[in-house]
Design a protein. Sequence first.
Length: 500
Amino acid sequence: MTTSKTFFQPLDRVAIGLIIILSLLIGLLMLQGDAVKPSVRHFSWQNQEIAADDTSFTLSFSRPMDSKSVEDNIKIDPPLAGKVSWAGRRMVYTLLTPAPYGTTYKVQLQGARDKFSQKEGTNRQIQPFTGSFRTRDRIILYIGADQQNKGQLILYNLSQERKMVLTPKDLVVMDFKPFPNGDKILFSARKVGNQDLLSTQIYTVTTGISATSQKPAEALGKVDLLLDNKEYQNLKFDLSPDGKTLVIQRGKKDEPGDFGLWFMPLNNESSQEKLTPKRLKSQPGGDFMITPDSQEVAIAQGQGIGLLPLQADASKPRDFFPEFGLVEAFSQDGLQAVMVKFNPDSTRELFLLRNQGVQKPLLRTKGSILSCQFDTASPTLYCLLTQLLPGELYQEQPYLVAIDLKSMQQKPLLVLPPDQRNVHMSLAPDGLGLLLDQVVPQTTPTDSSQANMLTTDEGQPIATSSLWLIPLLPISDPSAVNEIKPQQLPLVGFHPRWLP
């Protein structure tokens, strides 16, 4: 017969002791109330490198928060203006303008309270939080014009003051477009020694920059051939804003009248699938540009601008603008465009088109409209124009102008030397700088220079070229125009572009 002394086994006694201890602890917690401090569980930009198209970050909290106390206590250093919205325990901070490049930012939050602390009569504050992120380095690309790097594609990191040559010496680069992630550059080039300017082939080259934080960067300077020139001449090309499609104007070598637009999907991931171009079935056209949504191409066709879908059968434009002859630029969101109207009196007129069908004239000139770009940081359009100089000799003088798209006021920023129509302009992705080149033409080319002779877009030989950086201030500031001072960069090259 079992006695009471052996009723509880050792394991039973341990279990009972633990139950008693846990019960006491639970009781103490219930008596003290909810004393656990709220905290930030996730910061979407933590240790990330962001670009101009990264416009908002989120903070996720462990419990519902008093929104005003969070908004009053969050600090970003250096400051970034933005607006706040909420979705349950998630706060979204949307930047008003792109974050300046080449900067490390710190996000701090302390002193904020949860949603129920005031009702409970407690001052339960959040656990202090500190996060950080940085923006991409300020990087430019250009074609070298000195003897050492003549015709090569150069990457220059302004933040680190470091120069890197991307392409080999046996290629003369003609034009290029960076991919949106900055990991590759799409470019056209001809072989050194081939004087035929229409003998270009299409390549990609790696920059040594990682496309995403999760993907390691490829080695710098890896060149791959995309399109050869065996059957077709490769003319003007464009890269879609999402980096997934190449659109190129091609002409068949043995049939001079056979030319048109082709498109080719680009696979940025490692794949054995062969990339092949497909022809757009549409009327022949002139200058073209891919739209910001990467789904259409705007092309000059006959007496107007047609919007063609990027698919094999593009015989019917989705939209047509008979009044205009050239597209200069689209805004990043695709809601605005600027187009050029060629008037019977030989003047050119620049119009702003909005997606509601509104058309507003911006300027009229007897000179030329070389290029325009929308600012990402303000409602401003920057344009390179020319004015005709008085006198019997025909001379055009380029100048840079900023147009406030709210007031429609023009503010001239910089006047360039006369007879330099081959000027290229590139606006920084954060809107804080403009790049310009200043080409010196070569008047008496020698035979030895023909092998890798550099030429402008109009085929004029280039002797050398300098690059200039123009820091930009908000044009609403009356003193901003007077303070704009171009800075000559210690680089010899032309056709500059910012890396996105």
